[in-house]
Design a protein. Structure first.
Length: 176
């Protein structure tokens, strides 16, 4: 039985991390989603009623969607709510499931840290070359920096989860 069945798959963190996750990131994601909804409403109304769509609404929507998705990634990581398939969980011994959970969290840490590193360099290139959107000429670097920071925070959360899973597995093996 894996940690998911025992309820141990939520990041247990201090008040600072909870403040960042619950207040800042979820509030930012909610505000961005509200702004996206408002933009879509105004664009549709102005397009069909006044025959005057908002210029660049597609670009703004793209940037907002990226920010919303990557604002939610650390929240999903902290709750370990990523999509999983548990076809063999009933047959896997507890020790193997524990090792699997720790290994997956460590692999997630390495991959997310690597992605964060590469996106950070993409942001630096975007600054260097002055990359902008095609219609509104909005700089793309801030979005890349934000994505890198959010993915980096998710990698830290994955590392904290790996430590938490390791401690929980060691504690349960000492009790047995």
């Amino acid at each position: 039985m894996s940690l998911s069945k025992t309820g141990g798959r939520v990041l247990v963190s201090g008040p600072f991390m909870q403040f960042i996750l619950q207040r800042i990131l979820s509030g930012l994601a909610a505000a961005l989603l509200f702004f996206l909804m408002l933009l879509t409403l105004v664009d549709v109304v102005s397009r069909y009623i006044f025959n005057a769509p908002i210029n660049g609404s597609f670009e703004i929507t793209e940037l907002l969607l990226a920010a919303i998705i990557f604002s939610a990634l650390p929240l999903v990581s902290a709750k370990d709510d990523h999509i999983t398939v548990d076809l063999i969980d009933a047959f896997v011994p507890r020790f193997i499931a524990w090792l699997r959970d720790v290994a997956i969290a460590l692999a997630s840490f390495v991959m997310l840290a690597g992605i964060s590193y590469r996106v950070w360099h993409k942001a630096l290139e975007s600054v260097h070359y002055g990359d902008q959107t095609a219609m509104l000429y909005l700089p793309t670097a801030p979005v890349f920096f934000y994505i890198s920071i959010a993915v980096g925070l998710s990698s830290v959360i994955a590392l904290l989860l790996a430590c938490q899973y390791a401690r929980a597995g060691l504690a349960s093996s000492n009790q047995s």
